[in-house]
Design a protein around this ligand. Structure first.
Ligand SMILES: [Zn+2]
Length: 379
């Protein structure tokens, strides 16, 4: 027997209505609706057609779906500007990938979560504390962020979808903090999104809403990416878009965010910031800015798949165990960095060079056997 809830969640993930799915599997909307409510049985042929249209195997449809993630970001609330459709697309992709992530952690334990919350702590103090936890000092630009966040035990899910209304979101899976990232987002925006969502995870609890919450997450992100004391001296005293583009490439923060930060810290006045914003939109930089920021992808999911299925990893076996089509497995894997795509930078001044792929931990009893067959993370 297949699970109606599974069909429903996969359908929402693909952004399909019941009528659209019914049309593709040559049945009626009423039948799809009843299948989703476990009120109608499905013959073998229909089951197979549903699996094909939903990008999975019938094995997957016969598996009870895991408990859904608990969304934290305010974009999941009823009155946000994000449509119900986009919300379910994002959340169901995250549910699907997270379920498999969870299964893969059974072969290699995920890093323990070190992201703590302290009562009464303001956004800027929290950002300074988290910067230290991430292994960086308060003076330098963050050489990379996504992998450092994964090392804190945050599960970063790269999702193969692009939504015009959402770059990313945060959620909880039990005690595990989650950040979901959409694809096709410019690198400076990825960094800001990760920093902002990390702020929600550190400062807020599900159910909290309002403009204040967003302002706090933004303040956390600004201090994490551009600590006040360092950025004040790094910003030119009379900034132009061109000089800010140079600051951007060094700090990995958009020109727009730098203008905002400069205004916030009193480096420029209201007139100057207004004039810079006007120039930004005149040049079309509000959509696409110049200035290179290296692309960052999460690593955890692929790393776990490599531990379980070899260095490739073997997508056929991954797909088979996950109950996914091979195409789906490839699409999901593509959202994660291969080991040759990882940054290699000094993570902590004074210590030896740290490779950033150390995002999962082997349980002690597996170390000896795993070392021979798969790539071992740096100690
Ligand atoms: Zn937010």
């Amino acid at each position: 027997m297949i699970y109606g809830q599974r069909v429903r969640r996969l359908r929402l993930m693909h952004g399909m209505t019941q009528a659209e799915l019914a049309h593709r599997v040559l049945t009626t909307q009423d039948r799809v609706s009843r299948i989703e409510k476990d009120e109608a049985r499905c013959d073998a042929e229909l089951e197979q057609m549903l699996a094909v249209e939903l990008g999975v195997t019938s094995d997957c449809l016969r598996r009870a779906p895991a408990a859904p993630l608990q969304a934290l970001s305010p974009q999941f609330r009823a009155r946000s500007r994000v449509s119900q459709r986009d919300r379910s697309v994002a959340l169901e992709w995250a549910n699907l990938v997270n379920e498999e992530y969870q299964r893969l952690t059974e072969t290699a334990a995920a890093l323990p979560t070190r992201l703590s919350r302290e009562d009464g702590e303001g956004p800027a103090d929290a950002a300074r504390r988290v910067r230290h936890l991430l292994g960086f000092n308060q003076r330098e630009p963050l050489p990379y962020l996504v992998l450092a966040v994964e090392r804190l035990g945050v599960r970063v899910l790269g999702l193969p979808i692009t939504l015009s209304t959402m770059d990313g979101f945060s959620a909880w899976h039990g005690d595990t903090p989650i950040i979901g990232l959409m694809t096709g987002v410019p690198a400076d925006r990825v960094r800001f999104t990760v920093a902002h969502e990390l702020g929600h995870l550190v400062l807020h609890r599900p159910g909290q809403a309002g403009r204040e919450i967003e302002a706090e997450a933004d303040a956390f992100a600004a201090e994490l990416l551009t600590p006040r004391d360092s950025i004040v001296t790094a910003l030119p005293s009379n900034p132009t878009l061109n000089s800010l583009t140079m600051v951007k490439t060094r700090w990995g923060v958009s020109v727009k965010a730098l203008v905002r930060r400069a205004r916030e810290l009193g480096v420029i006045d209201a007139d100057r910031s207004l004039s810079l914003y006007k120039q930004l939109s005149k040049r079309g930089w509000n959509r696409q800015e110049p200035g290179f920021v290296p692309e960052e992808k999460p690593r955890g999911f692929r790393k776990l798949a490599e531990i379980a299925y070899g260095a490739g990893p073997n997508t056929e076996r991954l797909a088979q165990d996950a109950g996914w089509s091979e195409e789906l497995a490839l699409t999901v894997l593509r959202q994660y960095a291969r080991s040759d795509e990882l940054p290699r930078k000094v993570a902590r001044s004074g210590s030896a060079e740290t490779r950033a792929d150390n995002v999962v931990r082997f349980p002690a009893h597996r170390r000896a056997t795993s070392r021979a067959s798969t790539e071992q993370p740096a100690p």
